[in-house]
Ligand binder design. Sequence first.
Ligand code: GGG
Length: 350
Amino acid sequence: MKRYKIALIPGDGIGVEVVAAALVPLRTVAAKHGFALDETTFSWSCETWLASGRMMPEDGIDQLRAFDAILLGAVGWPAKVPDNVSLHGLLLPIRKQFDLYVNMRPHRLLPGIQGPLRKTNFDILCIRENTEGEYSGAGGRVHQGTANEVAVETSIFTRTGVERILRYGFEQARKRTGRLASVTKSNAQKHSMVFWDEVTEELAAEYRDVTVSRYHIDAICARMVTHPETLDVVVASNLFGDILTDVGAAIQGGLGFTASANINPAGGVPSMFEPVHGSAPDIVGHGKANPIATIWAGSQMLEHLGENTAADDMMRAVAEVTGGSLSALTPDCNGHGTTTSVADAISAAI
Ligand code: GGG
């Protein structure tokens, strides 16, 4: 029997609840399709930071290196730990150290889910650059606490970084409907974003079968609401992709539905799968968290591991449950279900 070593990082808040829930259908689908998930839990979180001053041990990245994949819940407990500390101490180092430069976030409505738009016929794959750009962490502050205080946050766009994420997007567009939207703000940002546009043009000459549209971030945010069906593969920088995928989450019914795959296409390191949502301290312990984003991320993980039939089976089961009685879903879908009852129903459908 094939066995996969899976590192679980439930993290903070509802991250703990949704990871525990997602494991139920994951174990069921693994048993059904004849493979095993060997799980190891790393309880790295804001609690770890409060106890040790670190979000993960110094050798945390090395501890994760031997795994086939990582399933992460959520990071952040702003009442006790500044959000920039928790993010730069756990999630971002994993993305950067393992060079998980592709962040793939699908946006489509599951059966039975209405969403806030009149339109339902959209299927968007957002591909966010995941290791550099506005999240580079380069910068600093001087003259802190004085009237002359200065804060500098430098975006870093390398040819390697921009070209490989766009190339990944072109390849995905080829596999889908042959349409790619490249997102910048190159009228205002005349260095980095003009460079992004130039690399897009260079690659477009190589991928003549792909139709390329260029959008400014503000325009594509609006388009995602008014004409989402006109978009297919969308490639954006780190920050723009993060913002845009919250719009994507909104149109697909909320953050409880949006999954995220952090991938190093070259392999050799564990890729990481997570729901897009955060730790949601306001609903912790209420059993209200929607587990579907994490279950969808689990399906992305299975696909990445090469267990495509199991991945499809899991999404079929998700669709069967969302397409059934809405009252069985969690309160974000106006249902009366709980995190565990939804996960159990998906497991039963498998
Ligand atoms: N599910 C992981 C999580 O907690 N995400 C919240 C977040 O703010 N992530 C930052 C990012 O993806 O850039």
